[in-house]
Design a protein. Sequence first.
Length: 154
Amino acid sequence: MKRFALLLPFLIVVLCGPMSRRAVAQARNEKVEQEIIKVEDERLQAFKNNDAATLNRIFDDDFTYTNTKGEIHTKAELIGDVTSGKLTYNTLVHSDVHVRVYGDTAILTGRSASVYMENGQEGGRTPRRYMNIFIRKNGQWRLVARQETPVLGK
């Protein structure tokens, strides 16, 4: 009996250790998911408010955006379009948002039904699926890439 009493704490650590590590990792991922969603919400508000300073903070210097036509835009081009008024948003509606975390990288996917004006022409009436790739750089989550694909049919 004495031997079992000495063995019990060891068994608890061995058997419960992996579960507690898993729980810690899951809690960490959930915290990061909330951080990413917060940054994404800030990005959407910045577009609504033509807030170049916030977009500059969120977009990494290497940021690239691939639109539904396959055109690639840089951070400078996109922020320039916003500040000049060339690109404005009438509505920004995102749904079906999911975040997956891989260490210092996070991938946010979702569906957009946003409507915008670009060069005086309305765009965005076709629903789109999108993917944003974030990296943690100097303690901050930065958006490095965004790609949109039209949702045809449904």
